[in-house]
Write a protein of this length. Structure first.
Length: 298
């Protein structure tokens, strides 16, 4: 018989880490490979941004000479400043509007029962499966027809991009908020309703304070949609309203076959354009984890 240890069952080796699928040594190897797979290209861009163009063109990984001139020259080589401003204004407006509309729309879809509710929910999922390339020509034709009929110019303006990005961001943001709000307890809203609060007051005073993780997730994904888009921004914008993604594309295209490549400046511009996104993730990391792991699909 096994010896008794104060009434407790003796601990066996297989009692620990029962949920681990891989041995510890193999898990360490897999994690190290994933980190290297991510870190090597990122470090290459970072090292190339502080290296000379000729050294980067030769394929040097580590800089032979450190220089910050690339970060100074990119502002005059291309319209990087105006591109950043256009992207921040457009993507930021889309993020705020998408999050505000998504939380109110999701609240109605989750807490109220009405004809067509399931159709709307299924439509939100169906819209995510439509690739943007199929909608490029229809969007351009619609904007052109509106301009011809009303005289209101949409193509080439920031608010034209705003409408385009909001069209694609709102269904996803709404579904994120639907999933999140389903996980919130109804008892708090019922208590507020017993006290005489209206639906609008409940949304402002009860639902919104509890929904910040989901709101942040939907807003950041909407922001990234506008920040990373090249397809629609290339067609709808003019040189004055180009986003930073298009500016980087133009910078890369002009170097194809060029005698004097400016690879260092291209990498420096990439680092500068990645800073706002990285800052967003670092600032709202706590909300992102909560928003992506909370809620349930019913």
């Amino acid at each position: 018989m096994a010896p008794r240890t104060g009434g407790r069952r003796p601990r066996r080796p297989y009692d620990t880490d029962v949920t681990r699928l891989l041995p510890r040594w193999l898990l360490i190897v897999v994690i190290a490979v994933i980190i290297a797979f991510i870190a090597v290209p990122v470090l290459y861009i970072l090292f190339g941004s502080v290296n000379s163009d000729v050294a980067v063109a030769r394929g040097e990984y580590f800089p032979s000479e450190f220089t910050l001139s690339n970060y100074v020259e990119i502002w005059s080589t291309v319209a990087l400043g105006s591109g950043l401003l256009n992207s921040i204004l457009t993507a930021g407006a889309v993020a705020v509007a998408s999050a505000a509309l998504a939380v109110s729309t999701a609240y109605v879809l989750v807490r109220f029962r009405f004809l067509g509710r399931l159709t709307i929910l299924r439509g939100l999922l169906a819209l995510q499966s439509i690739p943007g390339t199929l909608l490029l020509l229809p969007v351009f034709v619609v904007f052109s027809n509106i301009a011809s009929a009303t005289g209101v110019q949409i193509i080439g303006t920031r608010w034209g991009l705003f409408v385009t990005y909001l069209t694609f961001a709102l269904p996803f943001s709404t579904w994120v908020m639907v999933t999140y709000l389903r996980g919130l307890p109804k008892e708090l809203e019922e208590a507020a309703r017993i006290d005489g609060a209206s639906s609008g007051r409940i949304l402002r005073s009860v639902v919104l304070p509890l929904s910040w993780p989901g709101i942040v997730v939907s807003a950041i994904f909407a922001f990234l949609l506008g920040w990373n888009d090249v397809l629609f921004s290339t067609i709808i914008t003019t040189p004055n309203t180009r986003t930073v993604a298009v500016v980087l594309q133009v910078l890369g295209t002009t170097q194809e076959g060029g005698a004097v490549p400016i690879y260092g400046q291209m990498m420096a511009a990439s680092i500068v354009c990645a800073v706002p996104v990285v800052a967003l993730y670092l600032i709202f990391q706590r909300y992102l984890v909560g928003g992506l792991t909370a809620g349930s699909v019913k």
